[in-house]
Design a protein. Structure first.
Ligand SMILES: Nc1ncnc2c1ncn2[C@@H]1O[C@H](COP(=O)(O)OP(=O)(O)OP(=O)(O)O)[C@@H](O)[C@H]1O
Length: 309
């Protein structure tokens, strides 16, 4: 099994701690530890659809901003267990589509359904609890909190202790708190940044912040993880590493929707692709089909490779 996150075993830090423990493990111990991390991070929710069935339905969704039609009768499904790429030239409607799915915007018409249930009236918080998590084009972390705390906050969406239980520090609250910290630590290791768990988010390097956003989204145990240009600002090697992480996330049992600006990367990492242009869906299919699709080629004609999504 390959290492999660950045694929490297951490260096032994002078101050010791968990990362030092991992770095000092024998190969067999390390493999066993990795299996434990994968198991701790894997989704643990009851789901009503099986792998390969439609998890999320975007059904004839239109979003208007005044006179502008940002999404025009768009329909597609996301199947449980796949990485679906959402691509299209600038202004095509990709982020609007994410926003319509995650409760930021209400569709002007049409419906988004998760496991068959319409999300129309659900708040953003309710949608997170129902199982859709996302990252943003512009990183949004709690800068003053540590990396670990940022992830623990994400696990709160899944806590069951009442406020009274928390105030009285009930045994259940204690148990949930410990589980949240253990899971958050496993998530940081999974995305490859456990060595900076105790650092404030604002002091982390940019690439670590991007990975931390993903760990925090995974902490909610999402049925669907939506990543909005997670590799923005990365160099090619960092992009490759991040795509490796996204594949690992899928292999661990998650379903991923990916907006990404780099066409070559999208082709390499996704199972299927939906293409938008001027708010309309112009193509949907396997990466090999999309690459050859005349409408997609026309939409991207003249757009340099690294300036398309
Ligand atoms: N809140 C808003 N108010 C008005 N117009 C908006 C709003 N959000 C998006 N738009 C417009 O809707 C269209 C689609 O924008 P959107 O951000 O969804 O595209 P995109 O495919 O994500 O583009 P990019 O790759 O540049 O992020 C654009 O014309 C944009 O200007």
């Amino acid at each position: 099994m390959t290492a999660p996150g950045n694929g490297n075993r951490p260096e032994v830090p002078a101050e010791g701690g968990l990362v030092a423990e991992v770095a000092n493990m024998t190969a067999a111990q390390f493999a066993e530890h990795q299996t434990e991390v994968f198991e701790a991070v894997a989704p643990d929710r009851d789901m009503e659809v099986s792998v390969g069935q439609t998890l999320l339905d975007v059904d004839d969704v239109t979003v208007r901003f005044g006179g502008l039609v940002a999404l025009d009768s768009v329909s597609f499904g996301i199947r449980r267990g796949e990485i679906l790429g959402l691509i299209g030239p600038n202004g095509a409607g990709k982020t609007t589509c994410f926003n319509a799915m995650t409760g930021v915007y209400r569709p002007t018409s049409g419906q988004v359904r998760l496991e068959g249930r319409p999300l129309a009236k659900a708040s953003r918080h309710a949608i997170t609890q129902l199982g859709i998590a996302r990252t943003f084009q512009n990183i949004r972390l709690f800068g003053e909190m540590t990396a670990l705390e940022n992830v623990v906050v994400g696990t709160d969406a899944r806590h069951r202790t009442s406020l009274l239980g928390a105030l009285l520090r009930s045994p259940r609250h204690h148990r949930e708190e410990k589980q949240a910290i253990d899971r958050a630590m496993a998530l940081l290791e999974f995305v490859g940044i456990a060595d900076r768990a105790a650092d404030r988010a604002k002091n982390l390097p940019y690439g670590y912040q991007r990975r931390l956003e993903i760990a925090r989204a995974l902490a909610t145990e999402p049925k669907l993880l939506c990543l909005d240009e997670p590799a923005a600002g990365f160099n090619p090697a960092e992009k490759e590493e991040l795509m490796g992480l996204i594949r690992t996330i899928r292999d661990d049992g998650y379903t991923v929707l990916l907006i990404e600006h780099d066409m070559k990367l999208v082709m390499g990492v996704t199972d299927r692709i939906v293409v938008l242009e001027f708010g309309k869906k112009i193509a949907e299919g396997l990466p090999a089909q999309i690459r050859e699709d005349p409408a997609v080629i026309a939409a991207y004609l003249g757009v340099p490779d690294d300036d398309v999504a």
